[in-house]
Design a protein around this ligand. Sequence first.
Ligand code: TXA
Ligand code: MG
Length: 344
Amino acid sequence: ETEIIKVEDAGESGIKKAAELIKLGEVVAFPTETVYGLGANGLDAQASAKIYKAKGRPSDNPLILHIDSIRMLSMVTDRLPHTAMEIMAAFCPGPVTIIVPKKNTVPDAITGGLSTVGVRMPDNDTARKLISMAGVPIAAPSANLSGRPSPTTANDVYRDMNGHIPLILDGGPSGFGVESTIVDCTEDIPIILRPGAITKEMLEEIFPKVAVDPALTGKNEVPKAPGMKYRHYAPKAPLILFSGKAANMLGALTGELGRRKRAGFKVGIIASSEIAGLFDSDAVYNYGSRKNLYAIAANLYNALLYFDDKNVDVILAEGTVQTGVGLAIMNRLKKASGQTIISV
Ligand code: TXA
Ligand code: MG
C-alpha cells in the first residue's frame, strides 16, 4: 500500500509529490543524514496527530521541527539564545537539534505542551528540498514504530510503516545512523539531552563549558528530553550489554556465551571486527572496528534489527568507549538493553 519513490530515479518530481502530500496534511517518510524521518506540516496540529498515530507514540513526547534555512527559524521561534546561534553557525546544516523557546504559531500538540521546541536543519539535500517545496517546517520523529530501532534505510521504514503512510522517499542509507545530538539552549550553558554525531568534545571547542543531562549517566533522574525516559531501540530478543575495557570483552563475552549455550539458549552476538571472528557461534554480527566509531554508529541499528528474524533467545553486545560518538553508541545500547548491563 505504501509507495516507495527512489529519489535517484525520480529526481525533483518525486520530492515534489512528497511535498504536495505534506501540504495536504499527510505524513511521508524522508531521508536525513542521521536516520529516516516521518514528516508532516509542523505548524498543523491535525497533520502531526497522524504522526503520533502511525508510530504509536505517546502524546507527551514532542516532535522536532526540521527547517531548510536560517530564514525559516523565524517561523518557529522569535527568541534565539546566543548558544543556539553559535551552534547554528558552527554545525548547521548537520546532525544537531537545538531546544529553544517556541513561538505561538507552533501548536502545543507538537511540543507536548512544552514552551520550548526542538529545531534542526538536516544535512541532506532531499530533506531540505522537501522542506523548501512544502514551504513549512516539517515535524519529524524517527520513522520507526515507537520503541523500535530507528530506520536507516527505506526498507527499514517500510517494515514498520507499510500501510500506515502513503509515501516513502528513498534516498539511500543514512550516513550517521544515530539520531541528532539534542542540545538544550535555554540555559546559559548548553546541555546535551541526547548524545549524537556532534560530540561533547566538538561542542567544547566552541563553548567553555558543556553540560550533560544528569539522567544520561545517573539512574534515577528524569530526563529533560521526554522521549529519553522510554525503553527504546529494542530488538525482539532481550539484549545484554557488556561495558568496560576493550581488553576484557572477548573473555567476558565468551564466558557468557558458554553459560547460555549450556543452558540451552540460542545466542546472538554483536561484536567489533577485532573479536567477531573468535566466537564458537554462527550468529555473530560484526559491527565494525573499534578504531572507527562512526562506522559502528552507522551499523548500530542494523545490528539490532539483524537478529529479529534469526530466532535467538538472547543477544550479547560488546560496548564501546564512552568518548566521542561512543557516548551516543553506548546511550542507544543501554536503552536497547533496558539497562541490563554487565561491567567488565
Ligand atoms: O536525527 C534526528 O533527530 C531524527 C531525524 C529524523 O531528524 N529525529 C528524531 O526524532 O530522532 P525523535 O522524535 O525520534 O526524537 C526526538 C527527541 C525525543 O526524545 C523528544 O522527547 C526530544 O527529542 N524533544 C523534542 N522536543 C523537545 C523539547 N522541546 N524539549 C526537550 N526534548 C525534546
Ligand atoms: Mg526516535
